[in-house]
Design a binder for this molecule. Structure first.
Ligand SMILES: [Zn+2]
Length: 135
């Protein structure tokens, strides 16, 4: 599996998604002064690595874009939505396929009433983030 660093375009290779996350976090700490939470970096790396093996769509440039129909995101269209974003929509761009929500960009420190650090969470807890849990 591979992860391309969004900070310097280094290509990081690892045997599985967890190893890719470990290697990416280590790279980030050594090469960049990022303030991103580690969980967000791990999510990015894991999702990117998995995307490099998951994407299956055709990457041939089309001569024209056909008519587009927009449908509400309802439960009966989940498979269509996943097919688009997990396979076709970003077939040539695992970076974009690594996450197509805003979760990694909206994390905040989560503290209890006494100010003790409890972890991090999305700034909007109502934002759906299937398959991912805050640490
Ligand atoms: Zn880098």
């Amino acid at each position: 599996m591979q992860v391309k660093c969004f900070g310097c375009a280094s290509l990081i290779e690892a045997g599985d998604a967890d190893a890719a996350a470990d290697a990416f976090v280590a790279h980030g700490r050594a090469a960049h002064p990022w303030a991103y939470p580690e969980a967000a970096l791990r999510n990015y790396a894991r999702n990117y690595a998995e995307a490099t093996e998951r994407l299956t769509g055709d990457t041939t440039r089309l001569p024209e874009i056909a008519a587009i129909t927009v449908h509400p995101a309802t439960s009966d269209r989940v498979e269509d939505w996943l097919q688009l974003f997990d396979h076709d929509g970003f077939a040539d761009n695992p970076d974009w396929a690594s996450c197509y929500c805003l979760e990694p960009h909206v994390w905040e420190l989560h503290r209890d009433a006494a100010g003790l650090y409890l972890g991090i969470r999305p700034t909007d807890p109502l934002t759906p983030s299937p398959g991912r849990e805050p640490p």
